[in-house]
Design a binder for this molecule. Sequence first.
Ligand code: PLP
Length: 351
Amino acid sequence: MGPLVSSLIGANVNLNAIKHNLSIVHAKAPKSQVMAIVKADAYGHGAVDVARCLKNADSFGVARFDEALELRRGGIEAPVVILEGILNANELRLTSELQLDLVVHSKYQIDLLNKQQFPGRVWVKVTTGMNRLGFPTSSLGRALLKLKSRNVVGIMSHLASADSNKAFTDAQVETFVSETKSFSLPLSIANSAGVLSFPDSHLDWVRPGIMLYGGSPYDRAIPELKSVMTFSAPVIAINKIHASQSVGYGRTWVAEKDTRVAVLGIGYADGYPREITNGTVILSGLTRKIVGRVSMDMICVELEESDSVAVGETAELWGNILQIEEVAGKSNTIPYTLMCGVGNRVRRNYF
Ligand SMILES: *Cc1c(COP(=O)(O)O)cnc(C)c1O
């Protein structure tokens, strides 16, 4: 029996590109330690495989306990920080057993900590503009006092609009630093946009996510970063569509002339955005238009007369040639949702 699947089809993850992107983080923020953010299955790239390859990161950040557990089960021994902290005593007990680090953002978490042994590292989160998780800076002193027998290793906050608002971000960083400096603890506020555009935000620890995966926090690609994921699908049929015949659900596209259409085995169940308008793919190195609606398992692509495409050939949906930022723009979304949305049935191939 030959290979079960073509290794070219699926989400091809270039681990060297991730390492390159981490080196860009180090170059931009040379004095800061790096908490590499691998939540949401490393933005769809596979958390254990990504963490295994990022040996130069100082720690890993995940949103929830279950994600940290997956890293430990996958053999990752480096520090792992649970950014949303724990929800109950059982999670806290397991966090302790697995030697995970915690963020504490609410009083209920301090109460949980004060009811059992927890030798691990604790970050305290304050809100300085996001107003989602964290203590107001005015109650930070009280929170730290209640945590005084704990191993508090830093204070963190989160930037609210570093992708779009320079004045607000500058003010947010200044507030964070001025209202925490009296505690003489390590500080962290920078996400990817902070790393890329706000040197004053770097402080002691940076927390890059999207940029490690070659994605941009802005609506345009960042040339220094290397694209990590190439999302590709096979041509599974080639059809002759006659003038005035339609293709796909709702008959939204009607051929003006006799046209060949390639059907690709990828759809919204794989994470290809159904909302895309004027979508394109790369076929034999050339840009070709998507026609008709994106369906659950398939999309259709209009071929030019000169195309000599064959069944089994691979089309790129985003990656090295077609930037994910462009696909995101045409789908009225951001690279984050596209990466995180790549479905379970899409095979990840690591290079
Ligand atoms: C997701 C997340 C990050 C990383 O954000 P990017 O924009 O992907 O760089 C950093 N810090 C926290 C607390 C996060 O939740």
